[in-house]
Design a protein around this ligand. Structure first.
Ligand code: V07
Length: 259
């Protein structure tokens, strides 16, 4: 009984601290677009002697939590790197499992996303995705297309260099067919040929699990973003960690390379 009271008090205190921190952070401008490389799911599982897929499943629950908080904070777009073009090299059982996660996630959370006015989007190469994965995602995109709250953008089978090459080929084709003149080609135009054409560039990039690299993620779009790295593994990433990253963002002087 005593333990129960202590536990209740602890939870109660923690949640009021969280609420206070949210209020504090909302007093200053929050990043409009946050991008996250959700790394460390395999390591989280290994530490517990669990199969890697158990880490991915736990990581999926964190996606829900972080989406909710991002929406509460008034962040306008959240891009999550869920699967890279390189991830096909992983063992077949792991790839098969990962390709079921979008359905599982949307099966349990799509009603909640609709309720919370979240708009689901995706960047990446759709053609290589299993049809069951693609169908679930396209339904979610369609069901939420009129929502005007948080944009929840999944990067799935995404690779930034391929995206840049594809954009270049499209610019070249439009030039050859006379739609574009050479003098039309500038940064703004090029951006409009990328998969992120309808999103502003991320203000903040978060990468979990201690790796300090971009791994072919949004190379063009992250040119001026603030970077925040943490050793915390993605399944252990909680509300307080996102608040910590946003607070760090708020405390940094943004200079955009000027003087
Ligand atoms: C995946 C969970 C998060 C950690 C990183 C790897 C594993 C959510 C989705 C998802 C994707 C599209 C969509 C709805 C949900 C997802 C994959 C992996 C492939 F429309 N989590 N999650 N997709 N992981």
């Amino acid at each position: 009984m005593f333990n129960k009271i202590r536990l209740w008090k602890k939870q109660n205190n923690n949640s009021s601290t969280l609420r206070d921190n949210i209020e504090k952070i909302k007093k200053m401008p929050v990043p409009e677009h946050v991008a996250i490389i959700m790394d460390g799911n395999g390591r989280w599982a290994k530490k517990r002697a669990l199969p890697r897929v158990a880490g991915h499943h736990e990581g999926m629950k964190v996606v829900r939590k972080i989406t909710k908080l991002s929406n509460m904070l008034g962040i306008k777009a959240l891009t999550l790197y869920a699967f890279s073009t390189e991830n096909w090299k992983r063992p077949k059982n792991e790839v098969d499992y990962l390709m079921k996660l979008p359905e599982e996630f949307l099966g349990s959370f799509l009603p909640e996303l609709i309720e919370e006015n979240v708009q689901v989007r995706m960047i990446g190469y759709k053609d290589q995705l299993p049809i069951h994965t693609l169908n679930a995602i396209e339904k979610a995109i369609d069901d939420t297309k009129n929502n005007d709250g948080l944009v929840l953008n999944f990067a799935l089978n995404y690779g930034s260099r391929a995206e840049i090459i594809d954009a270049t080929v499209q610019v070249l084709n439009d030039y050859k067919s006379g739609i574009l003149n050479e003098s039309d080609i500038n940064e703004e135009l090029f951006s409009s040929y990328l998969m992120t054409s309808n999103l502003k560039d991320p203000d903040l990039l978060i990468r979990t699990s201690g790796e300090i690299r971009l791994s072919n993620f949004m190379l063009w779009q992250l040119a001026y973003s603030e970077f925040w790295f943490t050793d915390v593994l993605w399944p252990d990433f909680g509300e307080q960690h996102l608040l910590e990253a946003v607070e760090a963002f708020q405390n940094r002087q943004r200079r955009f390379g000027g003087v």
